[in-house]
Design a protein around this ligand. Sequence first.
Ligand code: PHE
Length: 343
Amino acid sequence: MEQLLEQINAYKTEIESLTPADAAALETYRIRFLGAKGIVKALFGEMKQVPNESKKSFGAVLNDFKQLAEGKYEEWKTGLAGQPAEAAPAVDFTLPGATDPMGSRHPISLVRNEIVSIFRRLGFAVAEGPEIEDDFHNFTALNLPEHHPARDMQDTFYLHRNPDWLLRTHTSNVQVREMEKGKLPIRVICPGRVYRNETISARAHCFFHQVEGLYIDEQVSFADLKQTLYFFVQELFGQDVKIRFRPSYFPFTEPSAEMDISCLLCHGKGCNVCKHTGWVEILGCGMVHPHVLENCGIDPNKYTGYAFGMGIERITMLKYQINDLRLFSENDVRFLEQFSASF
Ligand code: PHE
């Protein structure tokens, strides 16, 4: 009995001097004192040996001790709860990683790159030029002298500072600049942004993108043009696509044509996209007008050439079945992130 009381006092001093530093130390304490095979349980087991007359007082001592042991445990547990458990690693490696959101290429860029890559395979080089252009390179050299009625075909933005300057209405200005360099033969495509003073709607915008092409050499014929464009649309839209040419007018080409492709949606049966004709216009083209060659210092008796021009927006709308041109410039991520980049 005396011995047991001494033992209990020793445990009390031990408990009072303790401060478990972390969850692991607290657990060791719990197992030692409060566990199923712990000290408190063991001491209660000693009750049997205590003489009956002392059972009451010993019981009271034992209960005090138990309360101390349990009370301290609860106190430490709440104290440690605020702190991170030291045993746990600072980083939880099982959590999914934080990733940076991936951007996606703009559909216009995707289609432009695809068009460029097809023509590159045919030996065309990429040429670029200024978006702010002078009247000569955008109009006059292209057989559109001042007051030519065809200038009205393209509503032009002029610069206040100098009325001779304008925002190019097509990338044909780059073709003029290539011809002026005087190095023949020429085989270039000119992708770029162009501007026209049009009311913004689902079908028109004040700026859009074009790819124009130019091939000048000895004996270039309309047959070369047809074959090149046929190859191009088959690469872009698939082997089954059909083409047709309709006579047209451009001041810088003679003869001129517009090229249609068979409707990709209804395969010629007739739908809203092709306005029930089975055909969709995608580009203008023709043989470079002898005046244009002359204006750019090329001898039209020796050289001939073809040119073509297409709107990238139109082709992108056909390819991805987009029905409103304005979506391309609204920067709505929900729209833009739908296009996966293969280029
Ligand atoms: N430059 C013309 C346009 O912007 C397109 C075109 C280019 C037509 C070359 C014929 C030949 O509309």
